[in-house]
Design a protein around this ligand. Structure first.
Ligand code: SF4
Length: 384
């Protein structure tokens, strides 16, 4: 195991904690907001995308696992900011060890999420989340909690090579089981799938089967992304494990020596893996997407229709459709998701002509949306 440098904490007081995303991240975790109390992570997994420049800003990425920056005012900021935001899903907290044991900021942030009745999504590798099961149950009772445990592999040699200091997959699965037993919607973020070594049917099925055996209801597949220093650390880990991997990974990411890799693996590779994980999920009775939680308000129908449009973008990616088709559905999904009046009422009053006037909704998509509204009986009663 690679030695780990001494740990330093740096406390600071940022001016803001909640990131308000321009669009929800459908058809993935459906979050509109995110708020996290720490920057850096002691586990220091080689493939961690948080090492990339887009997450660390101007901070030296080499300090990712030795310097944990702590937003000591995270709780008060969250309270101030949630008070002014419309309710929607927030991805919140970070149960990393040992920072969360020392500061308890994630637990205190859950109190605020509960106070303001926001639905919550958590993606984690840490079993420490189970410490806060009481609060998760309360939030779930009040609105909704979704949890995805990140698992790249159950293979011990791959775990040692790419994430030697992260909590064991066994502990993650045990925590999944505890959450599922309390009725919380939980599953696996099968991410990042390690190309050429961790992407065989046997490897992937092991994770899907374990998820089912531990009460999970979905497995979402995600490829390995490559960005800045993270790309280097991941390639080095691959080389140490198996020198021949370097050339194969370079090919997959179109990465010449001295050049930059593409951010994601080639689309045909991503589609093949996505279809394989779907087939495995079907074999084991799981979903390959996280079903969307929708707040029961006057715009609920818009969110349902937007969910269908977002899911269609994923279908098209799996079919390796031309990117203009994927973008057509994505832009229409954003339009419907962000519409401030009921799409059902619009259709009832104006028919498909009314739908066609929405930005990015042409004739074909208007007909599709009308079909869904009729089929799913999403039309509000006359006069509503
Ligand atoms: S545990 Fe998660 S956040 Fe921490 S280094 Fe690993 S992948 Fe990154």
């Amino acid at each position: 195991m690679t030695p780990i440098e001494p740990l330093t904490y740096q406390e600071y007081r940022p001016r803001k904690i909640v990131n308000v995303h321009k669009h929800v991240d459908g058809p993935w975790f459906w979050g509109k907001y995110s708020a996290h109390p720490y920057v850096g992570c002691r586990s220091g997994c080689a493939f961690c995308y948080c090492r990339g420049g887009r997450y660390l800003g101007r901070r030296d990425p080499a300090t990712f696992n030795s310097l944990i920056q702590v937003k000591v005012n995270a709780v008060e900021l969250l309270r101030q900011e949630l008070a002014k935001l419309p309710r929607d899903i927030i991805a919140c907290g970070d149960w990393q060890h040992p920072a969360e044991c020392k500061y308890l900021l994630s637990r205190k942030m859950l109190d605020v999420v509960h106070e303001f009745k926001f639905p919550l999504f958590v993606v984690e590798r840490s079993p420490l989340l189970a410490r806060d099961l009481d609060l998760l149950v309360e939030i779930d009772r009040q609105s909704w909690v979704g949890v995805a445990y990140s698992i790249s592999t159950l293979n011990p040699a791959l775990k040692r090579a790419f994430e030697p200091h992260s909590p064991s997959p066994k502990q993650r699965l045990q925590t999944m089981e505890r959450l599922a037993a309390k009725g919380i919607q939980v599953g696996t973020a099968l991410m990042p799938i390690l190309p050429c070594v961790g992407d065989s049917e046997t490897h992937l099925e092991e994770v899907v089967r374990a998820t089912r055996e531990h009460g999970g209801s979905f497995v979402m597949a995600g490829g390995l992304t490559m960005d800045g220093l993270q790309a280097q650390t991941t390639l080095e880990a691959a080389r140490r494990l198996e020198p021949a991997l370097e050339a194969r990974w370079r090919g997959l990411y179109d990465w010449a020596e001295g050049g930059k890799p593409s951010y994601s693996p080639a689309p045909d590779y991503a589609a093949r893996i996505g279809l394989l994980v779907r087939e495995l999920c079907e074999r084991h009775g799981l979903a390959d997407r996280l079903p969307r939680y929708v707040l029961p308000d006057h715009l609920a129908d818009n969110k349902r229709i937007a969910e269908k449009l977002f899911l269609q973008t994923y279908e098209l990616e799996l079919q390796q459709a031309r990117s203009y088709r994927v973008w057509a559905y994505r832009k229409a999904a954003w339009t419907v998701d962000e519409l401030d009046r009921s799409i059902g009422t619009l259709y009832r009053e104006r028919g498909e002509a009314g739908l066609r006037e929405l930005p990015h909704v042409g004739q074909k998509l208007a007909a599709r949306i009308a079909g869904w509204l009729e089929e799913e009986k999403l039309l509000p009663p006359t006069g509503s």
